[in-house]
Every structure is written in C-alpha cells, then in structure tokens.
Design a binder for this molecule. Structure first.
Ligand SMILES: Nc1nc2c(ncn2[C@@H]2O[C@H](COP(=O)(O)OP(=O)(O)O)[C@@H](O)[C@H]2O)c(=O)[nH]1
Ligand SMILES: [Mg+2]
Length: 282
C-alpha cells in the first residue's frame, strides 16, 4: 500500500498539471470523490506553478485535518465489568482473524479476554476461532450449530464475569449489508447484550477490507445506519489496499479507524496511528 503519494510524485514531475488526471488518480487512491475534488480545487486556487511535492503537501494537509490526531485506547473498566466489543462486517473481510489478533494484543498487554463465537451459521467459522482460541490460550464460548448468536454472546458475557475477564470480543457472522434479516439479527445481539449491561456493547467495530475500495465505504454507510459504529478495523493494508478509504469513511461518517491489519499472522496488527499513516503508509 505504501507509496500512493510516491506515485503522485513520480507522475507529476512537470509543473503542468493535468487536473482531470490528478483527480482520477486521487479517486483511484480511494480518497473518495469529495476529498479528491477539494484537493484539486485547493491546488487550482494557488495560481502558481505546482509540482508533485506541492500536490502531496496539500493532500497530506487535507488528510491530517480529517483524521483525529489521537486514537482512543481500549482501556478496561475499573469496576470489574467486562468491556464488550462487537466485531461486525461482511464475509471475508477478516473479522475472525482480526478478533483473534485483537484478543492477542489485549492478552499480551496483561488483560483477561473471553471470545464469543457468534458466527453460528457456518461450522467452519466456529472452528476457525476455536483454533485461535487454543493457540492463544484464550477461552471461547460457542453454541450449537445454527444456534442463536445472541445467546452465545449472552453466555460468553456470564463467563467473562465469572472469570473476571476485562474484555469480551464477539465475532459475528458475515452479514451482507443488503440482507435485512441479517441486519435485524445483529440488532438482536446488540439488544440482548444490553440486558446484561445497558451500556453494552461498548464498542461496535466494523471490519473493512482495504482492497475493496469504495465498497468498504458503502458497507460502512449501511452498517452505521443499522447500528452506530464506534470504530473501524481496516484489514489487508499489506496487499493492494491503498488505505485512502479509511479517510473517506472518517470524512463522511465520522467513524475513526482503531486498528489496522497488515498480514495473516497474529502479530500483523497495529493500533492505528494517524501520523504514521499520513507520513509513511499513504
Ligand atoms: N493479507 C492479509 N490477509 C488477511 C488480513 N486479515 C485477514 N486476512 C485473511 O482474509 C481471509 C478472511 O479472513 P476471515 O477472518 O476468515 O474473514 P471473516 O469472514 O470476515 O471472518 C483469511 O484468509 C485471512 O487470513 C490482513 O490484514 N492481511
Ligand atoms: Mg469469520
């Protein structure tokens, strides 16, 4: 992914800028049409000879203004309640892998974690999380095949309380944002968890795949409408994903990126750092 700005520098070496081409290039970097147009307009207003470096500087300034400077840390409650995170998103974006990676990160920093295998539609999905659970030595709660995902989360909440876990991570089924019943089911999980602790789930994290570009923005819109999101995990930034999409989602929906996925291994996961993202990754 690194090098989107570098490709702009390489392409625009002469001060004679083809505006249409620049706008197309910004859009293809997944920054979204709105921000791309703002950057182009801003540059056109400057009325002087512009080079690639000027373009990058203006684009960086815009991105910096959009992304929050700090990333809210995942801190446990002080009163002993487990903090509940609902991990949602469409199929294949990396929910189960990211749930395991996040569990590992929290576990590694000394917290007790419980996993809920709430993707009860596919046996393989439960097995996949179970493999992680065993490998990482983190307890997991599952239900019967095709059982009610909400009751899995309900039981997992009890286990988290009983064992004094600070975090409960619920991995859910890949809900197609166009499928009404699946959205309804996600709302049910949300509701049922609210019976345990009315402020729960405390975080609703949408996982999006950076390689899917503007599809990820559309997914974020639909999910955010169904259940307000508190953050994003952006995966596959090691691949062809350009990462600009997280800027577009922040700009349009105000949903911040909390973590990024940079590979398939459990360590390939980081807390999002906007400064590093703007300077090194974009
Ligand atoms: N390269 C890369 N692959 C990833 C990343 N995150 C997940 N994957 C892969 O994406 C595929 C789907 O992941 P999975 O967690 O099963 O997605 P889910 O259907 O949303 O639960 C798996 O092959 C993962 O190894 C990432 O950050 N980088
Ligand atoms: Mg999964």
């Amino acid at each position: 992914m690194a090098g989107f700005f570098k490709s702009i520098l390489q392409r625009f070496t002469k001060p004679d800028i083809d505006w249409d081409e620049l706008e197309a290039m910004l859009i293809s970097g997944d920054l979204g049409p709105k921000l791309s147009l703002q950057i182009v307009t801003d540059l056109q207003l400057q009325q002087r000879k512009l080079h690639g470096a000027d373009i990058v500087q203006v684009a960086r300034d815009h991105v910096r203004k959009i992304l929050p400077e700090t990333n809210a840390a995942l801190t446990p409650f002080q009163d002993g309640r487990p903090k509940v995170l609902l991990i949602i998103g469409v199929n294949g974006v990396g929910k189960t892998t990211s749930t395991a990676k996040l569990a590992h990160l929290l576990h590694h920093s000394g917290h007790k974690v419980v996993l809920a295998a709430a993707d009860t539609f596919r046996a393989a999905a439960v097995e996949q999380l179970q493999v992680w659970s065993q490998r990482l030595n983190i307890p997991m709660v599952k239900g019967p095949p095709n059982g009610d995902p909400a009751s899995v989360c309900f039981e997992a909440y009890d286990l988290a309380c009983k064992t004094g876990a600070q975090f409960l991570l619920c991995d859910t089924a890949g809900r197609l944002h166009t499928k009404h019943n699946l959205m309804e089911e996600m709302k049910k999980i949300n509701r049922i968890l609210g019976r345990k602790d009315e402020t729960s789930p405390h975080e609703v994290i949408l996982v999006v795949d950076a390689t899917t570009g503007s599809n990820a923005l559309q997914q974020a819109r639909e999910f955010h409408k169904a259940i307000p999101l508190t953050g994003l995990i952006v995966t596959k930034l090691d691949g062809s994903g350009k990462g600009g999409i997280l800027v577009a989602i922040q700009q349009e929906l105000g949903v911040p990126t909390r973590f990024i996925g940079l590979g398939e291994k459990v360590e390939d996961f980081q807390s999002f750092d906007s400064k590093k993202f703007v300077e090194e990754l974009l």
